[in-house]
Ligand binder design. Sequence first.
Ligand code: Y39
Ligand code: FE
Ligand code: FE
Ligand code: FE
Length: 229
Amino acid sequence: MSPIQAPTLDYTSETYKDAYSRINGIVIEGEKEAHENYISLTKLIPDYEEDLLRLSKMEARHKKGFEACGRNLAVSPDLDFAERFFADLHNNFQVAAAEGKIATCLVIQALIIECFAIAAYNIYIPMADDFARKITEGVVKDEYSHLNFGEVWLQENFEAVKAEVETANKENLPLVWRMLNQVEKDAKVLGMDKDALVEDFMIQYSGALENIGFTTREIMKMSMHGLVA
Ligand code: Y39
Ligand code: FE
Ligand code: FE
Ligand code: FE
């Protein structure tokens, strides 16, 4: 990866602020939905209620942090765009939650969305303004712990949920590739390269599948799902 140097970015330009309104909106909406998703999970996994409430509170804090990042650049987040951006994943999570499908909910929130967040935040940090960089560095540490929660539960229940995880992967991973295509242009304006995002996502996600118990062969098949060049 050879990042564009952050100093070449003009955080005050209209071009930067316009792109930032959508990316910042996505991140704020994503943190809001993540907060709600971990609260929903307390009903499905009552044994881990305390942990899940702790994670949901972190997500609420992240949302506040990113709202401050937008204000700091005098940008209004485009939350309507963001809601549409997450609509399909959000809907799939809610259907799964209503059906009591814990593994599917964890694949969507704790694996796919967390890996997406980790990739995006890692790629954003070296390009960010000083204020947003400090906020995002704190946030990304938390996101690794959210991913870990999902990995541990799915690993402990691996034999029972393996088929459900494969189905959830098949149904939701293609949505991520589509979402990445939708933000490619705006991300570029913020100094974030799509190939770097895909690469970081793949590293996190395939690492998670490995920790859960999938074989390399299975991971290869699963991570290719819906991937279009
Ligand atoms: O668990 C979390 O905190 C995740 C909800 C936050 C989602 C972040 C989504 C980031 C996508 C940004 C795309 C930029 C290219
Ligand atoms: Fe909602
Ligand atoms: Fe978060
Ligand atoms: Fe998270």
